[in-house]
Ligand binder design. Sequence first.
Ligand code: 4AD
Ligand code: MG
Length: 430
Amino acid sequence: MTFVPVSSVFDAPLESEVSLRGWIYRHRSSGAIVFAVLRDSSGIVQVTLKKGNVPDEQLEAARAVSMEASVEISGRVYEDKRAPGGREVRASSFHIVGQADVYPITEYQSEELLLDNRHLWIRSREQTAVMKIKASVLAGARDWLREQDFTEVTPPILTQNACEGGTTLFKLKYFDRDAYLSQSAQMYLEALIFSLERVYSITPSFRAEKSRTSRHLAEYWHLELEEAWVDNRGNMDIQEGLVTAMVERVLNERKEELLMLRQDIEPLRDVRPPFKRMRYAQAIERLREKGFDLKWGCDLGAAEERALTAEETVPVFVTNYPKECKAFYMKEDDEDPRTYACADLLAPAGYGEMIGGSERETDLAKLLARMEGQEICTEPYRWYLDLRRYGSVPHSGFGLGVERVTKFICGIEHIRDTVPFPRTVSRVYP
Ligand code: 4AD
Ligand code: MG
């Protein structure tokens, strides 16, 4: 028997014979008829089983089947205005592949119960839609980066470096030494530009974030890029191109999924170059006008980012952050040495930071002085500092949070719903 995807029922000639397999999504019986809605990776379709059309014992099996049991059915395609999508399959055979216990998830459930049953909840149509959209985000990125001559590389996850500072590191025993789970591949990518010039990686990154926010995960997917011979402006152009390609890919192949998430498609069409650009100094000016009490030098948090972009449909770059709120490896800005040649890219509609990036400091003396000022032990960075000793070149790079981008594109409130198995301060099960 050749099985076809559930979605193909809606293109099949009327009265043609189809065989489907999937899971029982909904189910009820009324007198001599059993109505089941069958779900597979492509969608859902109504199946009706009527006495006389299917053998009696199969009809009884269908009557008794539980939600989420796996089944195989054959039947013919008919129009039916009341069925989802306007068609149904009238079954001639029905077989249970895997029976199901009483399903623990019913219509109204607490968030905690859904998280405890995440291994089952990921079957939901909303979660399925998000995972498909996320796959398109990644595919759009990979294809675009290839076109732009970037080479995908595979940096390590176990490391001795604290790229983004010591406070959010997961420490572990590495044989008889200490090591950390990587927060960022940046330094390894910097080493790789000396042969490959334009590189990127997509890896898990780990942050021991104690705060419970709707935009922090302890484990997230990080798309990082590093480019030789590129300054911070060029770096921003690449970010623009990349984010546009991601959104475009989703708009091209995931409209149905966006609709299912009730996400408004129109504003997403505005995500294309040029993105807005403002300096940190302008950003805090604007925020002060909105009543924020901000001093030069303080970092922008979620509330500030939300206020800056609430009315926007286009992403916004904030450039030239003061040195005191960013990492030691960033290049000092030529025109304003109080700041770095850096940019954060904020998503529209208040979704907040999606990308952090900068030109990198290549001046060894400046790097060493900053590390000393911040009491960073140079020993684990010996190799990194070496990169400034052997044919150093101007270069820039950035890190994009794949879940942050997915959250924005899908219009999802909480970042945990952009990963199948979220890791947060309170959860590492299932
Ligand atoms: O701004 P961050 O900390 O920058 C870096 O790690 C650089 N070393 C990257 C680079 O230049 N190669 O992180 C980059 C992005 C953020 O903009 C955000 O989108 C995401 O990673 N991110 C998180 N996403 C989910 N949960 C968290 N806890 C995140 N922390 C950062
Ligand atoms: Mg950042």
